[in-house]
Ligand binder design. Structure first.
Ligand code: NAD
Length: 358
């Protein structure tokens, strides 16, 4: 099959990790007979350098014309002091412009990386595999806000419409159906009206899916449960701000930020895929970044945007096999000094070497 992929490498380590992901895509083409055509998007700091803004209309248009977008990372100290212009505006512009209202963030503990998990062994003896489904374009980050003229009063507003809740709940339900059929709705329904509306809609929708076991948790309890017993969770669906916080918490449980992919999805199949880490200016240009989060983002792209499940599994299995065989980039060493870490491109090569049709 033919697919159009927009590559937005961005800044810092972005281009380094995206280059490895493209090598993996090439191997998928060879192995499965697909064809991927690429368009390069200049975004973030690189776009500010070129055009003075983080995302141009033309770049957004190119993204819209593609079947999916693979983004590296944006930002860095070079662009931190510009007035009103920030590289991260590219992310918001792409999410909004492409109508991407849900963010999927899996947090999986790889058996092979157990050592890197900050929790005690007994709490993670069974591992965990959590998918956080976060609402991405509504809630308090997008509600009415302001500050009084004298600067002594400020407000932000949490707002959700039924339609906004329904569409993200639908993604949560569909995801649960494909996994262990367990759904946790995280909210603050003892205090917030929006949470109560969320629960009412969830209850109504979930009546149609008796095969799904579900529960509700207040966000304060959920954040505690995540570190107490992460294995109890399968799919968590939640609002924008709660999802933002909980997904960072969950990602830390896995040990390294260099391992975690994400997908931003809308109504159709077009999605944006990116590692959850940033541009890592401290290691940029050294060729030592871990490319696995971006490679795993490609697996999410193949599954969610292109419907290529076997191909996605091939990548995930290759990553696991490479880790099982003991291959590590520097961020995964966990204090070990007896091992010379692989470079970014060596790690990409290892994954490719383990990629084979089941
Ligand atoms: P960061 O994720 O870039 O780095 C945090 C730490 O993790 C650093 O020590 C870095 O070296 C390490 N790290 C990150 N990714 C790694 C990888 N793949 N392999 C090995 N080590 C890795 O976060 P930060 O330092 O807070 O932010 C740096 C810049 O990135 C800032 O400008 C920030 O705004 C931006 N940022 C962008 C995104 C994005 O593009 N989605 C996300 C977060 C931060």
């Amino acid at each position: 099959m033919d697919f159009k992929i927009a590559l937005a490498p961005g800044d810092g380590i972005g281009p380094e990790v995206v280059a490895e992901a493209v090598k993996v895509l090439k191997k998928i083409e060879e192995t499965f007979g697909h064809h991927f055509a690429y368009t390069e998007l200049t975004v973030g700091g690189a776009s500010i350098d070129k055009w003075g803004v983080a995302l141009t209309e033309e770049t957004l248009e190119k993204a819209k014309q593609s079947d999916s977008v693979l983004l590296g990372a944006v930002g860095g100290p070079k662009w931190e002091h510009l007035d009103g212009i920030r590289p991260e505006q590219a992310l918001l512009g792409l999410r909004e412009g492409l109508g991407l209202f849900t963010n999927l963030r899996p947090a999986t503990m790889y058996e092979e990386l157990k050592d890197a998990c900050p929790l005690k062994d007994e709490l993670v003896k069974n591992g965990f595999d959590i998918l956080i489904v976060r609402e991405l374009t509504g809630g308090i980050y997008f509600g009415k806000n302001g500050t009084s003229e004298d600067g002594t009063y400020a407000y932000d507003t949490e707002e959700y419409s039924e339609a906004e809740i329904r569409r993200v709940m639908k993604v949560g339900i569909q995801s649960a159906l494909l996994r262990d059929k367990k759904l946790t709705i995280v909210d603050k329904a003892n205090i917030l009206e929006t949470s109560r509306l969320w629960r009412k809609i969830a209850e109504e929708m979930l009546k149609e899916y008796p095969e799904i076991t579900y529960n509700y948790l207040y966000v304060d309890n959920a954040s505690m449960q995540l570190v107490k017993d992460p294995a109890q969770f399968d799919v968590i669906v939640t609002s924008n701000m709660f999802g933002d916080i909980l997904s960072d918490e969950a990602s830390m449980l896995t040990g390294s930020i260099g391992m975690l992919p994400s997908a931003s999805l809308g109504e159709g199949t077009l999605g944006m895929y990116e590692p959850i880490h940033g541009s890592a200016p401290d290691i940029a240009g050294k060729g030592i970044a871990n490319p696995l989060a971006t490679i795993l983002s490609v697996a999410m792209m193949l599954e969610h945007s292109f419907g290529l499940k076997e191909e996605a599994k091939t990548i995930e299995n290759a990553v696991k096999t490479a880790l099982k065989a003991g291959f590590r980039t520097g961020d995964l060493l966990n204090g070990r000094t007896d091992y010379k870490p692989l470079s970014t491109s060596e790690m990409g090569d290892k994954v490719i070497a383990f990629m084979q049709r089941a």
